[in-house]
Design a protein around this ligand. Structure first.
Ligand code: NDP
Length: 383
């Protein structure tokens, strides 16, 4: 029996993880489940899985969580410090599936304890970059990538030497607007943006997928997880989302990982690593799919990948600024306050106006993140 904690348990990745855990009741014991404010659902999951502790980040929701867990024997807690405390509790596997930079402190807490962390929360690695990878090296923690592309690359690299890699190619579906003109993009609505053609995901990552910022964040994530250098990373649009990414070696061999567009596949790979486990996912039927197509990314209509590549090149605080500005811009778009095509423009404006020193600690990253958010808000709603 192994112990597991799931941060962001009520979200898309969290519930997909619990779906797999539910199928292996003799394999897992749940330590901590956390969410932001969805106390009712968190309590329901905590009861179902007999968690030791359930934590809401939003302290205002703690009374509701306490009430929903009354008589269960499950501890209830609330607030940022409790989230970090829950992440530091011993667990054989920690699933980092909070959305956005809000997941940074708990993810770092698990890393500092030298834990095995299955990382879905890409914004945390993008923002903290070198600070997080240094903490991994220092503590001996293990990062298992859950993002489907990085999980694919991780699998394609197994048993190989990074020095032999010629290219790492991240595939991108291109999102729901991949064939839209700039004119059409200017009028894209939140409802259209969250309707991804291939994947079912949370609202924020769905919008990131539509702007291609998701691929930009993944580019930076890959830069940290697989240190082959920015110049060996590239992005290709692959509308069918069957090839999840590829690694080309210096002898001309390209290894790819293929699978259905179901996050339970990469999550299962992390849950069972270094072994394999069954999933309920439909087998890949390539004859039914028929064709796999590829095309170059269009950075005129979708400038986000260029911004992310430039931020990765610049290093230092630039990726944290890019991520924070994007989180604010996406929230404004989802609230109907910003046009779709202004999301990347807003991120670029913040990047040109705010270039702080490279963060050297978690506190520095959090300060850069907070300041970049404030600047992004100022640009959106000038005083
Ligand atoms: P969702 O929006 O579906 O879920 C987010 C989870 O995080 C919820 O449990 C939510 O709790 C919690 N949360 C939100 N804000 C906070 C906060 N301030 N403090 C603590 N917890 C918070 O997101 P996804 O599951 O789609 O994505 C999670 C992460 O995984 C993201 O970083 C995303 O980029 C990444 N990812 C997702 C994929 C997917 O297919 N969904 C694929 C690859 C990566 P509550 O319910 O209470 O709001």
């Amino acid at each position: 029996m192994r112990t597991i904690s799931i941060h962001g348990a009520t979200g898309s990745i969290g519930t997909s993880t619990l779906d797999l855990v539910r199928r292996q009741p003799d394999r897992w014991r749940v330590v901590a489940l956390t969410a932001n404010g969805n106390a009712a659902e968190l309590a329901r999951l905590a009861r179902e899985f007999s968690a030791e502790v359930a934590v809401v980040a939003d302290e205002a929701c703690l009374p509701a969580l306490r009430e929903a867990l009354a008589g269960s024997g499950i501890a209830a807690a609330g607030g940022a410090a409790s989230l970090v405390e829950a992440a530091a509790r011993p667990a054989d596997l920690t699933i980092a599936a909070i959305v956005g930079c809000a997941g940074l402190a708990p993810t770092m807490a698990a890393i500092e304890q030298g834990r095995t962390v299955a990382l879905a929360n890409k914004e945390a690695l993008v923002s903290a970059g070198a600070v997080m990878t240094a903490a991994v090296a220092r503590s001996g923690a293990t990062l298992l990538p859950v993002d489907s592309e990085h999980n694919a690359i991780f699998q394609c690299l197994a048993g190989n030497d990074l020095a032999d890699v010629r290219w790492i190619t991240l595939t991108a579906s291109g999102g729901p607007f991949r064939d839209w003109s700039l004119e059409q993009l200017a009028h894209a609505t939140p409802a259209q943006a969250v309707k991804h053609p291939n994947w079912s995901m949370g609202a924020k990552i769905s919008v990131d997928s539509a702007t291609m910022m998701n691929k930009g964040l993944e580019f930076i994530e890959a830069f940290h997880l697989f240190p082959v250098g920015v110049e060996r990373l590239r992005i290709i649009v692959h509308p069918q989302s069957v090839v999840h990414s590829m690694v080309e070696y210096r002898d001309g061999s390209t290894l790819a990982q293929l699978g259905p567009s179901d996050m339970r596949v990469p999550i299962a790979s992390a849950l069972a690593w270094p072994a394999r486990m069954d999933t309920p996912c439909a087998p890949l039927d390539l004859a039914a799919i028929g064709e796999l197509t590829f095309r170059a990314a269009d950075e005129v209509r979708f400038p986000a990948t260029r911004l992310a590549r430039e931020a990765a090149h610049a290093g230092g605080a630039a990726p944290a600024v890019l991520n924070a500005a994007n989180e604010i811009a996406v929230a404004a778009f989802l609230a109907g306050k910003l046009a779709f095509t202004r999301i990347a423009a807003e991120v670029e404006s913040v990047l040109t106006r705010y270039a702080p020193r490279a963060p050297a600690s978690l506190a520095d990253v959090i300060a850069v993140d907070a300041e970049a958010r404030a600047r992004a808000r100022e640009l959106l709603e000038p005083a």
